[in-house]
Design a protein around this ligand. Structure first.
Ligand code: GAF
Length: 393
């Protein structure tokens, strides 16, 4: 849907002139399950996004319409509560976040549309939250730092969707930059843009087209296992606030003797934070082979130690492991389904897609999807008119 079509769709339903805002989905080059441990991540925004058309109302009602679900939700700013519609909760959670920070909001009409594949681990939910946050700040002329938009969006995910996610997805959606990945320090929220120079290679995603149902509960469980590990270390090293501050030696001394499973989860995180640093150096020096090796290592850690992979993701990574045209591959995002991310020689992409798709179909009787991803920019308002208000002197 083009911006002008979105504007028209909004007018057809709500009969007013909207403002348009977009916020992208994300990929993650490396640094998985490190964000909620105060660690480093290296995401990039993509050129697929969620688009929001929004206009203020004169009363306190909230009228939402989702293009994807062809559903409406009606609520009230004075009584924001969870809906049974998950898409609406991402929006309502953000409204709640603004109100809890004492920003005065009026009622509004909002039409939402997106081309981020749903359930693919490309953070369509963060894109909805961030687009909503940006749009609400825009129409109410709320002067709020962009970091706070990401934080409000993250809180919406915690409180209205029940997933205790880290900050990576929302941060990438707000701050992404075309042609760059970003190395984000999730402890300080400082970040550095790193040029994504892949000369002759492209990033290819294979979508397993599965999402196993335990994903949300397992995500929250991993997070508490990491916190458990930190609390055992803290008894001896009070300054350790999160796994970012821990070392493998500490884990061996204070966590392994108590619980081997908790140890292997924490040990993966400590090693993964180190891999992000190495990956940043590899990317900066153009050493894509090294970056690819690190990605395979991340996959093995996520699959064997952190236990968030699944047979479909493992299959897709194993299929490309020995191929010269693939420098690296790994599962991406929370796990239990969604996509693998692969660095693939540009010339060989079509051939690879055919080969892997056929093998996956034979194995699971299901076709995977494949997307060659391009990077994009973070949250922004979209202009739909070129010339307005020409002033004469
Ligand atoms: C999901 C979460 F939303 C992120 O915060 C992050 O933890 C990721 O899983 C795993 O790295 O996308």
């Amino acid at each position: 849907m083009e911006p002008l079509q979105l504007k028209q769709a909004f007018k057809n339903i709500f009969g007013a002139e909207p403002i348009l805002v977009k916020s992208p989905g994300r990929i993650n080059i490396i640094g998985e399950h490190t964000d909620y441990n105060g660690g480093l991540v290296m995401p990039a925004a993509i050129n697929k996004a969620v688009y929001v058309a929004i206009a203020e109302r004169e009363d306190n009602e909230i009228h939402l319409f989702s293009e994807s679900y062809q559903e409406k939700h009606i609520g009230n700013i004075k009584d924001v509560k969870k809906s049974e519609k998950s898409w609406a909760n991402y929006i309502l959670g953000v409204v709640d976040g603004f109100l809890k920070r004492d920003f005065a909001l009026t009622g509004f009409n909002l039409y939402i549309y997106g081309d981020v594949p749903l359930g693919a681990g490309l953070s369509s939910s963060a894109a909805i939250e961030c687009a909503t946050a940006y749009a609400l700040a825009h129409i109410h002329q709320i002067n709020i730092p962009k970091k706070d938009l990401a934080l409000i969006a993250q809180k919406a995910e915690h409180e209205f969707s029940g997933v205790n996610c880290g900050i990576m997805d929302q941060f990438a959606s707000v701050f992404g930059k075309e042609d760059y990945a970003m190395m984000l320090d999730c402890q300080t929220l400082e970040y550095e843009y790193i040029p994504l120079k892949l000369e002759g290679y492209k990033l290819l995603l294979f979508n397993t087209n599965v999402k196993h149902s335990l994903s949300d509960s397992a995500y929250n469980k991993r997070r508490s296992q990491c916190e458990q590990g930190v609390s055992w270390i803290k008894a001896y090293h009070p300054s350790v606030a999160c796994l970012r501050d821990a070392t493998e030696e500490m884990l061996l001394a204070y966590v392994k003797p108590k619980d081997d499973k908790v140890y292997s989860k924490c040990s993966y995180v400590v090693a993964e934070i180190d891999r992000v640093k190495k990956a940043a150096s590899a990317l900066k020096s153009g050493n894509l082979t090294k970056l690819g090796q690190l990605m395979f290592e991340t996959h093995d850690g996520l699959s064997k130690a952190y236990e968030v992979s699944c047979k479909e993701l493992d299959f897709l990574v194993d299929q490309v492991r020995a191929l010269d045209e693939v420098l690296g591959a790994r599962m991406m995002g929370g796990g239990f389904g969604g996509c693998t991310i692969n660095i693939v020689e540009e010339e060989k992409i079509d051939q690879l897609i055919s080969k892997i798709s056929a093998a996956y179909l034979r194995e699971f009787n299901l076709s995977p999807s494949a997307y060659v991803v391009e990077t994009g920019n973070g949250s922004q308002a979209i202009a739909t008119t070129v010339l307005t208000n020409i002033t004469t002197l």
